[in-house]
Design a protein around this ligand. Structure first.
Ligand code: GDP
Ligand code: GDP
Length: 436
């Protein structure tokens, strides 16, 4: 089920990023964090009661040299385009300002539900000041304090009320959902067209779903696929579309809804820093990944070129050591048929559940071959292992003392699990737990 998306909007300094950080809290990453990706977070997941959702801090999306009012108007438009529920944030210490009214005007035009928050209401005496905010026309204002963490429960209750009315799209479990990410001009749209242009592809819709995203469903050799947010690659002609933060936001949303992410690289231009960041988003989200080197037709090649490029990729994207690499040309469609089998395999491995007995045989063989090192006279004892999750596969290893599990030994076990079960295309994770 796709998670609902909340956007926080409001003029600068009302406390949007403070509240964003409170709502998303400490993130429990299923795969390791990559520096540069975690920094500057404007999109993250949160949880309240039984609801899981994603949150956008629109204040983190700066729109070039646009004047102040144009910036906050565009941030409000992004919220309307990208979110299911909007938190409109104001400052109780300053009262209703002209800039708040500007934001309100944009939000009136949308059908999206808006919950009004009045921040910086740090103590109960200040609660009387919130009544002025009824004038903005969004019903009951919710007093909160980002600094003190007050009122957030009531605010999120009001937001979650709106989740109940959302129709979130649901694809069949058997359907493989994938998205294409990569910087502009690497050939994402061309690649989608090439895939859909294949013989025997039956495209069932390229229409809007219940959400704003436009997905493309198709069937190929009996397997259903959905390309997530295909239209996200088409231009709507809005000013903010060309900004870096907005494209990051779109990519993160698409990744979140996918099983498999294709990280598309321009083989002609080579790898640049931005590619690495984009690839990092897919890894951090714990999705299966296939690396696609496009425009291979435009590369002058000899028998070493592909191997050399592969070495470069492995060097730049060390965190994606599990991802297969496909070289192809969207333009000539050469080698395009090699892509789908990799997508299918990565997706299967992402959802793979291994047998507990076989898993334990693998772990015990590994331990016998390479016993855990001692630490200050104590030795790590491994009792048994079990798979606790899929998408991506995660394993709990029950031990005497989790602190004795060193990173390098965990790596060793992880590699043994990979050697035994494959898992090509998907990250996997190991947790050590004390046996009770
Ligand atoms: P944004 O520009 O809307 O994202 O605002 P920030 O989250 O960066 O906050 C702007 C300033 O307001 C910072 O100095 C925060 O520490 C402060 N602030 C945020 N929430 C509160 C609050 O509840 N009470 C008070 N007194 N200050 C707050
Ligand atoms: P996007 O911005 O990532 O969606 O990239 P596009 O699909 O719009 O492609 C950007 C440019 O690269 C266009 O001029 C395409 O014709 C060109 N292009 C795309 N795929 C290939 C390819 O396989 N080979 C070559 N030589 N050019 C390509």
């Amino acid at each position: 089920m796709a998670k609902p998306v909340i956007a926080i909007v409001g003029r600068p300094n009302v406390g949007k990023s403070t509240i964003f950080n409170r709502i998303v809290g400490e993130r429990v990453s299923i795969v390791e964090d990559i520096p540069g990706v975690t920094r500057d977070r404007i999109y993250s997941s949160g949880e309240w009661l039984n609801y899981q959702f994603n949150v956008i801090d629109t204040g983190g999306i700066d729109i070039g040299d646009e004047p102040f009012l144009a910036q906050i108007r565009q941030q409000a438009e992004i919220a309307i385009d990208e979110a299911d529920v909007i938190i409109f944030m104001t400052n109780g210490r300053e009262g209703v300002t002209a800039a708040d009214e500007e934001v309100a005007k944009i939000l009136y035009r949308s059908k999206k539900p808006v919950v009004l928050a009045v921040n910086k209401v740090d103590n109960p005496d200040m609660r009387a000041s919130v009544y002025d905010f009824y004038a903005l026309g969004f019903g009951e204002p919710f007093p909160i304090s980002g600094s003190h963490g007050l009122g957030l429960g009531d605010l999120l209750d009001a937001v979650a009320e709106h989740f109940k009315n959302l129709i979130t799209e649901e694809y069949d479990e058997e359907t493989i959902k994938f998205s294409l990410i990569g910087r502009p001009n690497v050939g994402k749209s061309s690649l989608v067209n090439a895939l859909l242009g294949e013989e025997r592809v039956i495209v069932s819709n390229i229409a809007g779903t219940t959400r704003d995203a436009v997905d493309t469903s198709y069937r190929y050799e009996g397997q259903d696929f959905v390309i997530i947010d295909t239209a996200g690659m088409r231009k709507k002609g809005k000013v903010y579309e060309s900004t870096e933060k907005y494209s990051v936001l779109r990519a993160l949303k698409a990744i979140d809804r996918s099983d498999v992410v294709l990280v598309v690289i321009d083989g002609e231009e080579g790898i640049i820093e931005q590619d690495k960041r984009i690839a990092g988003y897919a890894h951090e989200a714990g999705r299966a990944v296939v690396i696609v080197v496009n425009k291979w037709d435009a590369v002058e090649k000899d028998e070493k070129t592909m191997k050399d490029f592969e070495v470069k990729i492995r060097d730049h994207f060390q965190f994606l050591d599990y991802a297969p690499i496909v070289f192809l040309s969207a333009k000539t469609t050469r080698r395009i048929h090699t892509l789908l089998p990799q997508i299918v395999r990565a997706s299967e491995n992402h959802a793979l559940r291994v047998q507990t007995t076989v898993l334990n045989d693998v772990i015990m063989d590994a331990v016998a071959m390479n016993p855990a090192p001692t630490d200050k006279g104590k030795r790590l004892k491994i009792y048994y292992a079990t798979q606790v999750a899929v998408k991506p596969p995660a394993f709990a290893i029950f031990v005497n003392e989790p602190e004795l599990m060193h990173f390098s030994y965990e790596r060793f076990l992880q590699n043994r699990i990979r050697d035994a079960f494959g898992f090509e295309g998907t990250p996997i994770k190991i947790f050590s737990r004390a046996r009770k």
